[in-house]
Design a protein around this ligand. Sequence first.
Ligand SMILES: *Cc1c(COP(=O)(O)O)cnc(C)c1O
Length: 384
Amino acid sequence: MKTNFQEIVRFINNIYVGEQPILHRPVFAGNEKQYLCECIDSSFVSSIGARVTEFEQLVAAYTGAKYAVVTVNGTAALHIALLMAGVTPGSEVITQALSFIATCNAVHYAGATPVFVDVDRDTLGMSAVALRQFLELHAFKKDGVTFNKVSGKRFAACLPMHTFGHPCRIDEIVAICAEFGIPVVEDAAESLGSYYQGQHTGTFGLLGTFSFNGNKIITTGGGGMIVTNNLEIAVKAKHITTTAKIPHPYEFVHDEVGFNYRLPNLNAALGCAQMEQLDKFVQIKRDLALKYATYFDAQEISFIREPTGAVSNYWLNALVLADVVERNAFLEHTNANGVMTRPIWRLMTKLTMFDQCQHDGLENSHWLEERIVNIPSGVPMSML
Ligand SMILES: *Cc1c(COP(=O)(O)O)cnc(C)c1O
């Protein structure tokens, strides 16, 4: 087994020749410096500026969403998207336990409690089968509103996530939620550039959100985006993320408690330059994934591929190892030998903040948690 790992270390080092094989590294190979300098010269470096609107329009056009509202990070985008979907204090949001902490944190910021359904082993995202089972078992309708029999609380939203950029079965999830009258918010933080049946992730639900953190496929340093096809929601989201100020040349009047979730123009300028390279990044990441897939097939190690019907951005490449023992040995060996790898996130139900939350047993989530590792996935200089 050790020899095998050594061979993998050699293979990955060969791809990342001349650089550290870390999980992800942002690439600034376009107009970033020029746009940033123009921004500084214009003095519009803060929350007002032409790049903010331009960045929103670029992401809307790219994803095919009618409207996009930029935010200071992806967690803030999720927080506002949940509020816009009607999540209120004391309600519940159905989500997956196999996700980055931001998903659940946003649910908590909205005053709601997460409840967890299992994921699929192939997509790593919310299972439509598990969701239907959970709702058929626990949901009841009263006056057109769907409640949880167990807690008596309202199911305010369903929040699936497109894990590592691989689309989940979002069409089925949206259809099930429509039956039960539950709005869908997609955590598409990792899946900019990923499509399901030809449609961009994040545009199936009532709202979708993206992240432009430094480790995502494109970065604004920090940043996020809400997308929706609903004009009323888009206008409300813009208003509440920009301190809920009523537009006026000099008066400061605010009509509700808003948030300062505005993205500075500097960061948006970076985003505009990054958007120009997004297609190239996706192509290179797909080429890299193909290299990995071919290699790991030959090694008889399971490599996560894009699900049927999906075109994935392969944001983070992942292996499914035999068991937790092999996983730990792999993590030890690769990290000790200069190749950065890491296990998938600890399940949300194992964290003290969320360990009392209702769940469906999470069989696949537990199975995957013990076996999945991420391997270096950034755009390699040798492929740029
Ligand atoms: C990155 C990420 C977010 C948002 O993170 P920010 O750092 O706040 O931009 C949300 N959900 C998932 C699954 C993520 O990977």
